[in-house]
Design a protein around this ligand. Sequence first.
Ligand SMILES: *[C@@H]1O[C@H](CO)[C@@H](O)[C@H](O)[C@H]1NC(C)=O
Length: 266
Amino acid sequence: MLSSIALFSLLGSALATPVDPVDLFKVFGSSCSTSGAASCHNTTSVDTCCTEYPGGLLLQTQFWDTDVAGSPADSWTIHGLWPDNCDGTYKSSCDPSRAYKDISSLLTAQNALSTLDFMKKYWLNNAGTSEELWEHEWAKHGTCYSTLEPSCLPKDSPKGAEAVAFFETTVKLFKSLPTYTWLANADITPSTSKTYTLSELTAALEKGSGGYTPALGCTSKKLNSISWYYNLKGSLVNGKFVPIDSPQSSTCPSSGIEYPVRQSSS
Ligand SMILES: *[C@@H]1O[C@H](CO)[C@@H](O)[C@H](O)[C@H]1NC(C)=O
């Protein structure tokens, strides 16, 4: 008796006010299992609402930008979360009809306020507004997720709920990948004079991540980006990320790597 009253009021409040998509999945019970094969590992045909396909190789990409006003001194920033195909090729801009504008308002309307606050600090554009970067990342990469097809979402999901889920998941995953701290723990910090070897950087990041090798990006000798690789069990909304070694090599030289100091903040 008590529990059905509790359930009724949970449903009542969920329907009355916008809830974030992760809660929608809980309330409406349309969640995917996270115990089956990870993406890129299915050996039979699978439901693409619950297994990411064909973009089952996920990259959480980060920037080390030195010239963005207000960027945090002690953190890398978010570039995106990309669904590459298992062979490393990728599709892009998969559904122009869902290239939503005004991501800030979308997140606000669907109660993803803490995610939006975090994005304002850690998901920054070095050549335009952050809003433009968020729209670009959603339109180019986010619309390619099979598990975020609107038909895969619980019915009654508000328009754009799948994009809200994309931003929430990206932020959550980024928070589990403190690249700056893992490097700093090995005394690898930005410097105007010191340089580092690729094996030093890689060893520090493997130690921090529990043994996984990321791909570092350099422009000539300057470190400026990183990609952390995953397969996914279940949906991007609330699935389980399975870390893997990068299938791609770093683009940095083996030694003499510069980790540039930020020019100035704010
Ligand atoms: C994995 O699932 C997809 C989507 O159903 C399917 O097209 C693909 O052939 C499957 N892979 C294997 C090896 O069965």
